[in-house]
Design a binder for this molecule. Structure first.
Ligand SMILES: NC(=O)c1ccc[n+]([C@@H]2O[C@H](COP(=O)([O-])OP(=O)(O)OC[C@H]3O[C@@H](n4cnc5c(N)ncnc54)[C@H](O)[C@@H]3O)[C@@H](O)[C@H]2O)c1
Length: 235
């Protein structure tokens, strides 16, 4: 179903854009429970965001809620969906159909959020032609044709790091302007192309950092280790 596709409004800070899906997820859960209105405090708590920030974020969309009543759940849900372009289906291509590409292609949760995995591409002749999640893996040299054929708007890169830049260059050449990169590589794209990066290792490192702080500094030595170290230094 193709409806209007307004871009994320100009002037909305990137950090706000990144929080809109959190509000949407919370609103969807409320709507499923039949909740009609929600206060900013409640919505903020369910979304895991501070409520002053939430009010500011929603004010960028022109949504201020009603004093004493809060926000109408369904209306706000629709408004956020429209702002982030979810009232239309987006066709997505995945490039690199290895472990990760397979997992992403088989993930059923994208469709219900308006993302249709329309094409899978790989450079490896042995992978090309195999069937994954009901689609035939296509060769990367057909990229341009596939992008036009399926009206692909967004590409996911799941190739090894060393191939990521060349793959992104090619995606940009054929007109893709939104790329989600899973490869652990620093990739450059020209202005006007939006590149997002997913890096689970970085997220894990951040958790490790917090774990380490919780348990006391990793650099802090146990008493025995300190004695051993002192002995070693003294010789
Ligand atoms: N971001 C994350 O959190 C996260 C998590 C897991 C893996 N990764 C990264 O995702 C990438 C894929 O991981 P994987 O385990 O699926 O690797 P994999 O080796 O199983 O799959 C990579 C696939 O890319 C294909 N490929 C290689 N060069 C290509 C090119 N130029 N064009 C198109 N396809 C090409 C290969 O043929 C292969 O099928 C790696 O870079 C990995 O480090 C990221």
């Amino acid at each position: 179903m193709k409806l209007v596709s307004p871009p994320v409004p100009r002037g909305v800070p990137e950090a706000t854009v990144a929080r809109l899906p959190l509000y949407l997820r919370a609103l969807t859960a409320l709507a499923e429970r039949g909740v009609a209105t929600v206060s900013s405090d409640e919505l903020a708590e369910t979304s895991g965001v501070n409520s002053a920030k939430l009010r500011k974020d929603l004010s960028y969309l022109g949504s201020y809620g009603t004093r004493g009543v809060g926000y109408e759940v369904e209306f706000l849900q629709h408004q956020i969906s429209r702002e982030i372009g979810l009232t239309q289906d987006w066709s997505v291509a995945i490039v690199g159909i290895g472990n990760l590409g397979h997992a992403l292609a088989n993930y059923g949760g994208f469709a219900s959020r308006g993302f249709r995995i329309a094409a899978l591409l790989d450079a490896e002749p042995e992978r090309v032609g195999t069937e994954v999640a009901g689609l035939h893996v296509r060769p990367v040299d057909e990229l341009e044709r596939i992008v036009t054929e399926h009206n692909i708007a967004i590409a996911i890169v799941a190739t090894p790091a060393h191939a990521a830049q060349a793959v992104c260059d090619r995606l940009v050449e054929v007109g893709i302007t939104s790329i989600l990169n899973f490869a652990p590589a620093v990739v450059q794209v020209p202005e006007g192309v939006v590149l997002r990066k997913v890096d689970l290792s970085t997220e894990l490192q951040i958790l490790a950092y917090h774990e380490q702080r919780r348990n006391g500094s990793a650099l802090a030595l146990t008493a025995e280790q300190a004695v051993e170290l002192a002995k070693a230094v003294r010789g």
